[in-house]
Design a protein around this ligand. Sequence first.
Ligand code: ATP
Ligand code: MG
Length: 399
Amino acid sequence: MLPKPFLMARPVLEHIEKHNHKAYFVGGCVRDLLLGRPLGDIDIATSAAPEYIQEIFPKVIPVGIEHGTVIVRHGKESYEVTTFRVDGDYTDQRHPDTVQFIDEIDKDLERRDFTINALAMDLNGNIIDLFGGRDDIDHQIIRTVGNGYERFSEDPLRIIRALRFSSQLGFTIQSKTLEEMAALREEIENLAVERITNEFTKLFAGDYISSGISYLKELEIGKFLPVMRDYPDIIHSIPSTIKPLKSFGEVIALFHILHPEVSVKHWVSSWKCSNKIKLEALQLVQAYKYFKTKEMDPWLVYRLSPEFYAGFCRLVNILDHSAINIHELIKIEDQLVIKNKSELMINGYDIVELFPEKQKGPWLNHLLKRIEKEVVSGRLINNKKEIKDWIKWNPPEID
Ligand code: ATP
Ligand code: MG
């Protein structure tokens, strides 16, 4: 019996077939099914044109209609449905200049990157394997579909993807494929950074991250990557205790802690990361530095968003070889007097009233921060009177 995500997607394939078109599960989901790994997205390939898919399904989002990809919403799920296609030339090494839609899946599988990803499965569970993908899965090998020189020069991102799959699956890169990657590695510089960041996020999160990192070192890929090209030591300073990091914010935090001369801001802008990643990296760095001087206490936990607790534990475990447990953080969080600055029983207006003669300035925030820290640390009771008394004995510093 197929795993549930496949069963849930079946009606989508059935609906396409009812309209006399072919439809298959394709790519990573078939690979992961054969490997018995947790499934990511279920992708579907079809002979039907994207406009036709839009006609026969009620909820369709045309995400990449010119490349033949739409998203079909079914129940609560979304499926990428892509029309069988062959790619034209890749003059910009990012997207094929043209794509041509076709009726059969064979040539569509041929355009895919690695044999393990060039698999399709029909509704009856028959697997289409034209390039020995199953064999490569059995032997745990990453190998390009067809000539690697051509495939990597068409789209150099495939070089990074090979590392990413070795990190996720623990597979060995076939020696010829590895040579071809080495020969074309400088082409990576032509890629849009966002695409690299996306693959690296998965690389660092892989269960076999040491395998991905050792290929990264062996091929000296860092020479062609933002920031790493200017700081060749970074890759080599990755501790042998490295374990999967589940977000790129954790990766940036790790690199900044190992190499403080490269700021978080510089990483974020060079790798074109989101503000969310920046915030995560900054919070993790702050928490880690504090942890190194003061150990784990309420003030550390208070300033770290609960969504980053697990990442913080991963960082400490890698950097300090010591196991801290997320439950320790959760326990401290449960006992916090306040969870948020807005819960303080005093605010900026109250303080201004206490010092009518003083001009507003940075002293105000500074004082509020001190009060916040005293309250969170349990040295000051969170009530207006107590706080006002405390202020008398701890007057604001003159700016
Ligand atoms: P994941 O489980 O991380 O989603 P995946 O194999 O599904 O892994 P995706 O990036 O989602 O990887 O791509 C889906 C499929 O599209 C791949 O399995 C592969 O067949 C094909 N593919 C994706 N990117 C490329 C590429 N750059 N060149 C060739 N084929 C690609
Ligand atoms: Mg996928």
